[in-house]
Structures are given as C-alpha cells and as structure tokens.
Design a protein around this ligand. Structure first.
Ligand SMILES: Cc1cc2nc3c(=O)[nH]c(=O)nc-3n(C[C@H](O)[C@H](O)[C@H](O)COP(=O)(O)OP(=O)(O)OC[C@H]3O[C@@H](n4cnc5c(N)ncnc54)[C@H](O)[C@@H]3O)c2cc1C
Length: 394
C-alpha cells in the first residue's frame, strides 16, 4: 500500500467532518480547520437525514440513527381546512444539524479539530498545498479538501466566474417544543412529515430531536420549512435584519425584522391549515434562509477539491444537501484507496462521479422548485417529492 496523503479539511460542518473521518480511517493524517470560535452548536435547524448522512455514524461509529433522529412513519398533505388531502406510509429519519454534528465531532475528537481557524488563501505548487490562515499561521499538506459551505471562498478563488443564482424564494424556518402544542395539534403532527401545498408556495412540518438530543415524542421540537416567493426587487429590503444589515444567505433567529415577521405570521393564520398555523405562529424566533442554485464546472484543481455546498448548492426539496456533502467524502475516500494514496489520480476519478451527482441533484431540485413556486403544478403526493440523493427514495 502506498503512503496516504496528509490532508487538511477547511470547514468543520457535516460535510467536512464526514470527509475527515473517512480519510482518517484510510490512514491519512487529517486536520480540520473551522472558522467559528466555538463549537457549532447554535444552528437549531431541522434536517431530514438520508442514508448517506447517517451512514458514518451508524456503520463506523455504531450509533443507531434512532439515537440522533426522530422517526416518522407517515407523509401527509393537508388542505387549508386541516383535512387530509393525501397520506401514505413512509419512514423518514428527521434530525437537526446539531444532533448529527455532535455525533460526528465526538467520533473525530477535538485534538485535530481546530476552531478559530479561518483559511484566507492557499497555494498549490504541484507537489504540496500551503494553507494560510487569517491569524498568520500556515500548514502544508498533500491534499486540501474545501468544505466551506454555500459562500465558499475556495470556490470564489478557484472558480471566480461561478455565481450563485437566487431561486426566487426563501424558506422560513424555526422550531417550537412539542410540549407547547395543543394536544390536538401534537396528535395530528407528531408521527408524520406534514405538507401543505398552496398557491406558489408549500410548507413542511416535522419533528426533530430536542436541543439536548431528546428523541421521545412529546419531548422533541416541531420544525418548519415554509417556502415563499420574494421578488428580486423586494429582496434587499426583505433581507435587511433588525440591525439594518443586508444579509445574503440567511437571517438568524432573533434578527429578522418585525415587519416581515408580522406579515409572515398574519399570512400563516390566513393561509395555513389550523394545525400548521398553530405551529408557525407559536415559534418565538423564526429565521430564514435564501434558496440558491450553485453549479460548478469542476470540483478538483490539482491537489485541492471542493465538496458539499462549496461545490453544488441545491435547493432543499430532495432533503439531500448533507447527504451529498457526505457522499462526496465517501467517494473521495474510495478513490484515494483505489489510487493507493495518489492524490492527483484519485481526484480525477472522483471528480467525474461527483460532478454527475451534483448536476443530477441540481436538476431534480430545480424542477421541484419550479413546479411549486412558479408553475403551480406541484401536487399533493407527487412521487417526485419523495426525498432521495440519487433519485426519489434512493
Ligand atoms: C431551507 C434549507 C433546508 C435544508 N434542509 C435540508 C435537509 O432537510 N436535509 C439535508 O440534508 N440538507 C438540508 N439543507 C442543506 C444543508 O444545510 C447543506 O447542504 C449542508 O449544510 C452543507 O454542508 P457543508 O458541510 O457542505 O457546508 P456547511 O454546513 O455550510 O459548513 C461550512 C462550514 O465551513 C466553515 N467555513 C467557511 N469558510 C471558512 C474558512 N474560510 N475557513 C474555515 N472555515 C470556514 C463554516 O463556518 C461552516 O462551519 C437545507 C438547506 C436549506 C437552505
């Protein structure tokens, strides 16, 4: 067996951690560099977790998915009057960014997980990559994996011509403890992933683990994702937070301006099924995320690669963002092993596979978004809405 490369991973979120763990399992010496000063506990957002996301925790760390996710057995579409338009039995694992992060970080350990480490630039001289940090530190590695997310500076450096395309809508998000719901609403929602399709809009509501990881029904959080169109002309004022700062990717909990919050809550009462309106209007600090499409023509550049949202950022309708980030890591490890540690050979083979995956997911999620938010042809129970990374249900 050839010697394994020394690796640095920039970005210590779900994509970066999964890649780091897999490459370390191969025998690589791996350091993770994360810009945040504190462990990334603050993000309370729910995520549906597909197999690729929970594969590492389950297969390599031996942590059952039920320990870090809520399980729902029904998919339901409600009408505005609260009646059921469509329902089917389907198992989903629904978790939160925090819950998955905690398991992965515990698996990786903190020794080579470096917080407060913001990468400012890197130079690939063909034989090695030198990484420069904003505080003046440097590191030299054989392979640099950039998992620095949707606003990736690595992507902007490597592919300055690639821009993010605003999809025309945002997602309202937020959570409320299940214990704060009326018994009727809890009963209606706690076993299912619940949708409502509206005119040029749709909402998903589902349970996720509590902030301390609680997975028992009644002790979890109920999470929302409500897609609403915001015209490009209104975009800047909509994304102005309480401090007057214009945001581009998200407005965190507590910082959304009062005008937009009040309008969203009033619309919730007018448009949503009563059970869903109760959840949405009960959320104390809703936040929002902007939906973008980002497509890249390349993912490998000599000894540097971009993975996860740093490469393709896809609309969330397949619930496959973290699964794609994780899969980029699984296939990278597979190709490094197949190339016996030869980084250039491995990245060339890896890029072909991951470009194909990114393109197909982008196309699928763009189509779902178009049908829901633009064409208005999105229907309750549409089989294309089944979550999946490679295809609906897969
Ligand atoms: C509305 C919405 C709903 C979603 N729902 C789901 C869902 O149900 N299921 C799902 O799987 N996915 C979902 N996603 C997508 C998912 O959130 C992303 O795909 C996923 O977080 C990408 O992971 P990542 O590791 O690539 O990047 P990120 O999680 O964005 O992490 C990037 C990390 O890099 C760090 N960083 C950035 N720059 C630097 C630097 N210069 N130096 C050091 N560190 C740096 C950041 O601090 C951050 O920790 C959703 C997204 C949205 C917007």
């Amino acid at each position: 067996m050839g010697s394994m490369p020394r690796v640095a991973v920039v970005g210590g979120s779900l994509g970066g951690l999964t890649a780091a763990l897999l490459l370390r399992d191969l025998g690589c010496e791996v350091s993770v560099y994360e810009r945040s000063r504190e462990e990334l506990e603050a993000k309370g957002a729910g995520i549906a977790v597909l197999a690729a996301t929970w594969r590492y925790p389950v297969q390599r760390l031996g942590v059952p998915a039920d320990e870090f996710s809520a399980r729902t057995s029904w998919v339901r579409f409600l009408e505005a009057d609260g009646s059921t338009a469509f329902e089917e039995q389907r198992l989903y694992h629904l978790s939160s960014w925090n819950a998955v992060y905690r398991v992965l970080l515990q698996g990786f350990g903190r020794e080579n997980y470096h917080l407060a480490s913001e990468v400012s630039s890197f130079v690939d001289d063909g034989a090695q990559v030198t990484i420069n940090f904003t505080d003046g530190r440097t590191d030299v590695v054989d392979l640099l994996v950039c998992a620095d997310g949707i606003a990736s500076e690595a992507r902007q450096t490597l592919l300055p011509e690639v821009t993010s395309a605003y999809a025309g809508y945002i997602a309202w998000r937020g959570v409320i403890p299940e214990s704060e719901l009326t018994p009727a609403t809890f009963d209606a929602l706690h076993e299912s992933l619940t949708y409502q399709v509206m005119d040029h809009s749709h909402i998903l509501v589902y349970p996720i683990p509590g902030l301390a990881g609680e997975v028992e029904p009644g002790h979890r959080l109920m999470n929302i994702v409500w897609y609403r169109n915001v015209s490009p002309e209104d975009f800047e004022s909509f994304l102005t937070d309480v401090n007057g700062d214009v945001r581009s990717v998200s407005i965190p909990p507590g910082l959304v301006n009062e005008r937009d919050l009040a309008e969203m809550r009033a619309d919730a009462k007018a448009l949503l099924a009563p059970q869903l309106a109760e959840v949405v209007t009960g959320i104390k600090e809703p936040f929002l995320q902007v939906v973008y499409d980002i497509e890249v023509p390349r993912m490998a550049f000599g000894r540097v690669c971009i993975i996860g949202d740093a490469a393709f950022a896809c609309r969330p309708h397949a619930a496959a963002g973290t699964a794609k980030a994780a899969e980029d890591g699984w296939i990278l490890a597979e190709e490094i092993a197949a190339a016996d540690g030869d980084v250039l050979k491995a990245l060339a083979a890896w890029e072909v596979r991951q470009l194909a995956l990114g393109r197909s997911l982008l196309e699928r999620t763009r189509d779902i978004g178009y049908r829901s938010q633009v064409a208005g042809t999105f229907k309750a129970g549409d089989p294309d809405l089944v979550f999946g990374l490679y295809a609906p249900g897969n």
